[in-house]
Design a protein around this ligand. Structure first.
Ligand code: BGC
Length: 414
């Protein structure tokens, strides 16, 4: 079944990249205008903003070529010591390039022009959909008169994660998030990206795989609960990511209780309330029956040992489905990269971030990957808070490419 899911996604990737088919494709395959992964030589000081998960972060990132170290002040932008004691002009004239991580589906027209298609993960701010979020950010910064920024590079969090991991490990060409939402990006051959001009080199594609299944292509595996939660959008995301897993378990437990299979048919107030079964309970319960008993008591339920075992089984089933579906999707990407490059065997690194990935055992995902992509050897590079750093690194790579392009242009005109 997972092979079948992977095959369906493979078709959808091609639809999303197509010149005429991408408008209606459920998997959007958004070009990011990121044309290269880091080569490790990037350096300098950058600002980064990160919006789109549970937190908003402001970072000051310094890239140091020799040690490849990322030194960061986070939340509050720290001013480097050298600048604090240096010449005043340094401060006045300093406009740092800004990396902006915005973790929502955006139609990117340039690295600094990006239209929000629609909100996901429960965000609903008005008058942003259909607008250029970089422009909105610049206007907001402009309103704060004393604040100036240099060039902006806007990235999705998957891209930030790939770039941040790629700074350390140059074979990283995929970024994956399994957190509040889920998504992945990868380096695609430009000649396959029919929806934009150009044949040479590669470009990072933000797949927005959370929308997989929105055209009912996964109807045969959608359960009643997923259909109820999805209201026709982001089906795949709802089966995988942290914003929904707890609620799915709660709805399964409510149904089983109503069917008198659990808790002697008695639903407590907490179990009957949406959002009260937190996603973090799943990994805690998977850790052991004792945790299950503690959580059930906290939820005001009257349970017996069989109830606790059944709840454990439900949690294991929902989290396994998430891991297996994720593996099916990731396998589609690594198999595609291998085929694109006509390789018998692919060694690659996947940069990963997100609480669901970090808090759950990854053995199921890795085992499924070995079955679904047997000719690929994958290293998972887990990095916390990488998407913000990655936006800064993207700004650095954009700067490097611009410099080498202008050097080449000058040489050509000489
Ligand atoms: C968004 C993606 C994002 C993912 C992970 C999804 O809801 O549509 O753009 O990468 O969440 O944060």
């Amino acid at each position: 079944m997972l092979q079948e899911v992977s095959a369906r996604l493979r078709k959808d990737l091609i639809r999303g990249l197509g010149k005429h088919s991408h408008h209606k494709a459920p998997v959007k395959m958004l070009p990011t205008f990121v044309r290269a992964t880091p080569d490790g030589t990037e350096k300098g000081d950058f600002l980064a903003l990160d919006l789109g998960g549970t937190n908003f972060r402001v970072l000051h990132v310094r890239l140091e070529e020799a040690q490849k170290v990322l030194k960061m002040g986070s939340q509050i932008c720290t001013i480097p010591q050298a600048m604090m004691v240096g010449k005043g002009e340094q401060l006045k004239g300093q406009t740092l390039p800004l990396g902006f991580t915005f973790s929502f589906p955006c139609e990117q027209l340039e690295i600094d022009k990006s239209i929000l298609i629609h909100w996901t993960k429960g965000f609903k701010c008005s008058e942003v959909e259909g607008k250029d979020v970089v422009q909105l950010l610049k206007e907001a910064i402009h309103r704060k008169r004393d604040c100036h920024i240099g060039s902006v590079a806007m990235v999705n969090d998957t891209v930030g994660t790939m770039m941040s991991c790629g700074y350390i490990d140059q074979s990283c060409e995929i970024g994956m998030i399994i957190g509040t939402g889920t998504n992945a990006c990868y380096m695609e051959e430009m000649k396959n990206v029919k929806r934009i001009e150009g044949e040479d080199g590669r470009m990072c594609i933000n797949t927005e795989w959370g929308g997989f299944g929105d055209d009912r292509s996964l109807a045969d595996i959608l359960t009643e609960i997923i259909t109820h939660l999805s209201r026709s959008c982001d089906h795949f995301e709802k089966m995988i990511s942290g914003m929904y897993l707890g609620e799915i378990v709660r709805l399964v437990l409510v149904k089983m209780t109503k069917d008198k299979l659990l808790f002697k048919g008695q639903i407590s107030k907490a179990l009957g309330t949406p959002g009260q079964f937190e996603t973090k309970f799943i990994s805690e319960i998977e850790d052991g029956l004792e945790n299950a008993m503690k959580i059930l008591t906290e939820l005001g339920l009257v349970w017996d040992p069989v109830d606790a075992s059944v709840v454990h089984l439900v949690c294991d089933t929902i989290s396994s489905r998430s891991a297996h579906l994720c593996a099916a999707a990731l396998a589609t990407l690594v198999n595609r990269i291998r085929n694109n490059r006509k390789l018998d065997h692919l060694e690659t690194t996947v940069g990963v971030d997100g609480t669901v990935y970090r808090k759950h055992p990854t053995s199921k995902l890795q085992k499924a990957m070995r079955l679904l992509a047997p000719q690929c050897n994958i290293t998972f590079f887990v990095s916390e808070d990488s998407s913000g750093k990655g936006a800064a690194i993207t700004a650095a790579v954009a700067q490097r490419l611009k410099k080498s392009c202008s050097t080449m242009c000058t040489k050509a005109s000489e």
